[in-house]
Design a protein around this ligand. Structure first.
Ligand code: RB5
Length: 153
C-alpha cells in the first residue's frame, strides 16, 4: 500500500493546501494534514518540522509544504536531516527535481502561483520517480554535507 502524502501549510496557504489535498485525494492518494488548520498567524518552521519529522519516522515518503512564497518552508525543510526539499513554481522543475534530485518534499508559494498550477505541480511531483544512476552519486554528495562541519574553521 502506498504511504500517505504528508502535507502542511502556514496561515498564508490554508486555502491552497485544501485545494491541493482535495485534488490529490480525488485521484486516490491519501493525504495527512499536519496543519495549520486556521487562518491565525503561525510560524512556518513549526509546520515544516512536523512534516519532516514524520517523513523521518517513516509515516510517509513525500511531503508538500506551502507558505506564502514557499521559500521559508523550503529553507526550514532543508535544515532537517534526510530532507531534500524543492521549491517549485512550474511543472518542469517538479518533474526534474524528482527525476534528478529525488526530492522528497515539494514546497510551493500560495502568494506566487494559483491553485490550479499548484495542483498540476503536485500531480507531477507525486507521480514522477527518481531516475537513479549518475544522479544518485550527486545526491550522496548533497546528503554528505549534513555530516560535514561547514563552519569555515
Ligand atoms: C507569512 O506572512 C510569510 O512570511 C510566509 O508564509 C512565507 O512566505 C515565508 O517564507
Amino acid at each position: 500500500m502506498n504511504k500517505p502524502i504528508l502535507v502542511a501549510c502556514d496561515h498564508a496557504a490554508l486555502e491552497m493546501k485544501k485545494e491541493v489535498i482535495k485534488h490529490l485525494e480525488d485521484q486516490g492518494y491519501t493525504c495527512v494534514d499536519f496543519g495549520t488548520h486556521t487562518s491565525a498567524s503561525c510560524n512556518y518552521p513549526d509546520y515544516a518540522e512536523k512534516v519532516c519529522r514524520a517523513i523521518n519516522d517513516g509515516e510517509g515518503d513525500m511531503g508538500i509544504l506551502i507558505c506564502g512564497t514557499g521559500i521559508g518552508m523550503s529553507m526550514a525543510a532543508n535544515k532537517c536531516r534526510g530532507i531534500r526539499a524543492a521549491l517549485c513554481s512550474d511543472t518542469f522543475s517538479a518533474r526534474f527535481t524528482r527525476l534528478h534530485n529525488n526530492a522528497n518534499v515539494l514546497c510551493m508559494g500560495a502568494r506566487t502561483i494559483g491553485a490550479g498550477l499548484a495542483c498540476d505541480i503536485a500531480d507531477v511531483f507525486v507521480k514522477t520517480g527518481f531516475e537513479g544512476g549518475r544522479h544518485q552519486t550527486r545526491i550522496d554528495m548533497v546528503m554528505a554535507l549534513e555530516e560535514k562541519r561547514l563552519n569555515n574553521n
